[in-house]
Each structure stands twice: as C-alpha cells, then as structure tokens.
Design a protein. Structure first.
Length: 202
C-alpha cells in the first residue's frame, strides 16, 4: 500500500464516515416490503392483552408483522417448529407449558434460525427466574408504560435488523476501504471496519 500523508488520510476517512453515515441511516429506516418485516409470534393466554399489544405497540413499530398468536405453551412450541419467526413476545404464565419451559424447549430445538425473545409478563415470581441471554433480548413488565415497552421492543427489532444486514454492510465497507487504497492486512484498516460497524449498530 502506498504511503498516504496523515492529513490526506484524515480527509479520506472523514469523507468515508460522512458517506457511510448517510448510507447506514437509510438502511436503518424500515422500507416498505414484506422482506424487511420482522416476523413476530405473540404467545399469551390473555387474548385482550395480546390484542392490546397489537393495537397500541405493534402498530407503532412498522417493522413488525404479527404472523401468529398462541394461547398456551404447547401451541407456541408447535408454531415455532413450523415457522421461521424473527421475534417472539412471550408471556411467562401460560397453560400447558409456561414461558420458562418454552424457552428451554427453544434452546433444545434444532432451529436453523433461532428467534429473539422478549419476555412480557406480570408474574413476578416467574420473572425472578428469567434473564437476558443469547435468546432473550429484553424483559418487559405488563405494568410498564406503552412508551417504555415501545423502546424495549424497538431495541430488539434494531438488533435483529443489524444482524440481518451486518454481512452486506461489512462487505460494502471493506470494498470502500479497498478503493481508498487501504489493505486489510493492516490492523488500522481492520480497526476502521470495526469502528464503522459499531457506528452502524448504534
């Protein structure tokens, strides 16, 4: 790689970040089309509450598409085995199989795509056994405000979108850096890639 004057390098990097800032913002915005929708399963035995989620929260987050509403744990597992969901809004207190048991079953299933789970529950004793991990991306109390629920759900939606677009964005960033004459053999170039991807995630 040719030596590039430090000031010249700073100008190149500044232009690159400005360019990618615009691109990344456009990618983060939900575009119309089913291929960009987050396929969602609601698992809750309280029909009125499920309906409330759909009407007051999901309609505010255009990325979500409700594909199935399950009313007990067994129906939830059956629906997961037959569909490729991106996100599950899971109540803990359900008949036949509670939410914690559903989570254990999901971890044992050989799913090609493991869905992210948001626990939504008002059962405090069961919530004591729930925690955020590789599958559970957030926990919501049913007593929380709509604004708080919106924020937590949107955070998980953005995480799903980030992972779905990560490889495509990274390849484009690498191509852009190569066009600037930078080599992937250098630690500085790899660091720049990490910085841009970090900015995309935020």
């Amino acid at each position: 790689m040719n030596k590039i004057h430090l000031n010249h390098m700073n100008i190149l990097l500044d232009n690159m970040f400005k360019k990618w800032k615009k691109k990344l913002k456009s990618v983060k915005k939900c575009k119309k089309g089913w291929d960009l929708m987050i396929k969602t399963l609601i698992a809750d035995d309280n029909y009125k509450y499920s309906k409330n989620i759909i009407n007051t929260i999901v309609n505010k987050i255009s990325e979500l598409r409700i594909e199935y509403v399950a009313e007990d744990g067994e129906e939830t597992i059956e629906a997961i085995s037959k569909n490729n969901f991106d996100l599950i809004l899971l109540d803990l207190q359900m008949p036949k199989m509670n939410g914690l048991e559903v989570l254990d079953q999901i971890k044992k299933m050989n799913l090609i795509k493991v869905p992210k789970v948001i626990i939504i529950s008002g059962d405090l004793p069961l919530l004591n056994y729930a925690s955020i991990d590789g599958i559970v991306c957030n926990i919501i109390l049913k007593t929380e405000t709509t604004e708080s629920m919106d924020e937590k759900i949107l955070r998980c939606v953005n995480e799903i979108k980030y992972k779905a677009n990560y490889n495509k964005i990274r390849d484009n960033v690498i191509a852009e850096l190569k066009n600037m004459g930078l080599s992937l053999k250098h630690k500085g170039t790899r660091y720049l890639i990490d910085c841009v991807m970090y900015a995309y995630r935020k």
